[in-house]
Design a protein around this ligand. Structure first.
Ligand SMILES: [Zn+2]
Ligand SMILES: [Zn+2]
Length: 349
């Protein structure tokens, strides 16, 4: 089969490799689309790849073509979304169902061969079936949708309350939609780009606030009659929004950091003291798994994609590039700001 094989830093080649064969409990998937994840970029353009040669790609959709011995939940022809984490299932964290915290895990598309290829073989549980009415493009967006839902599961989430979502990227848009699905009274998106705020409103946000406007904090507070938000989800991993989360929180709020931080962060005494004075609860969120594996995150994403309550917007998608041009795709990330939204690799292209 053909695959995008990484041989060294900045050396990813479209070439022939052996087609994998499903073993016991595994399924073989004919890959259609794989999203390039933020974490893939330093694996190709930097030094983050675990070994060479390697085949990356972990946010994927495709069709089951073959099942190994003992597979019962899937059959050839099923449309599936890939679940990249392969937890050890033995450690204390796994036994508690906290699979994201496992330290003895494998990961499809970094620690073992992934889906920048025509075929990928994964354990049965690492393929989540979805309905024909859900497109294969959308199927490649399961992972961000599940990451967003895991954030909600990290707090004692209740409907009828106010929610602030900081960052209007794909994860932020999914967090906002989950908040609405589970009954938020108000779900407000904060971003610096008006088109993201507009998209948020189109997907059901009660308001969008541009944080470049000087009076944005006043506007935000007015929306909650000066109280602040009951839940604050930070999805940008940006130092500015991380501090903003402390300001926007209401008394006794729950603040959850979903975004991956990329820079050192310093708080002034007054900023930090928000947590004392408001007695809010601060937590973080990592990946998207719960018991039974792979978890509610995946089951509910399949369900709400089917019902259409969890909406997918074409603007989530930046471009589709055929597998044969994978090197050019990674080249695009060298121009800052060029890639806006998700770049999908088409394994049939
Ligand atoms: Zn990823
Ligand atoms: Zn484990």
């Amino acid at each position: 089969m053909k695959a995008g094989v990484i041989h060294a830093k900045e050396d990813i080649r479209y070439e022939e490799i052996e087609t994998p064969v499903p073993g016991k409990g595994q399924v073989k998937i004919k890959v259609k689309y794989t999203g390039i994840c933020g974490s893939d970029v330093p694996r190709v353009n930097g030094d983050a790849c675990h070994f060479f040669p390697n085949v990356l790609g972990h946010e994927f959709s495709g069709i089951v073509t073959e099942t190994g011995e003992g597979v019962t939940a899937l059959k050839p022809g099923d449309r599936v979304a890939g679940v990249p984490l392969v937890p050890c299932m033995k450690c204390e964290d796994c036994q508690r169902g906290d699979y994201s915290l496992c330290r003895h895990y494998s990961f499809i598309g970094s620690r073992e061969f992934g889906s920048f290829a025509e075929y990928v073989v994964v354990p049965e549980k690492n393929a989540v079936p979805f309905e024909d009415s859900v497109s294969l493009e959308q199927g490649a967006f399961f992972e961000p949708a599940t990451v967003a839902l895991h954030g909600l599961q990290r707090v004692p989430y209740e409907g009828g309350k106010t929610v602030a979502v900081l960052g209007g990227g794909t994860i932020g848009m999914f967090v906002m939609q989950w908040a609405k699905i589970f009954g938020a009274k108000e779900a407000v998106v904060f971003d610096i780009a008006d088109e993201r705020l507009e998209l948020g409103r189109r997907l059901g946000a009660s308001a969008g606030i541009n944080t470049l406007e000087p009076d944005f904090m006043q506007k935000a507070m007015d929306l909650t009659r000066g109280k602040g938000f009951d839940y604050v989800f930070e999805t940008a991993g940006n130092t500015v929004t991380m501090k903003m989360a402390f300001q926007l929180a209401a008394n006794k709020a729950h603040v959850c950091f979903v975004g991956t931080p990329t820079k050192e962060l310093a708080f002034s005494v007054a900023e930090w003291e928000n947590m004392n004075r408001k007695e809010f609860t601060l937590t973080g969120s990592w990946m998207s798994y719960s018991a039974p594996f792979p978890g509610k995150e995946w089951e509910l994403t399949a369900h709400y994609f089917k019902t259409g309550d969890l909406k997918f917007d074409d603007s989530f998608l930046f471009k589709k590039i055929p597998l044969s041009k994978i090197a050019e795709a990674f080249e695009m990330y060298k121009t800052p700001g060029l890639v806006k939204g998700k770049l999908l690799i088409d394994s049939e292209g």
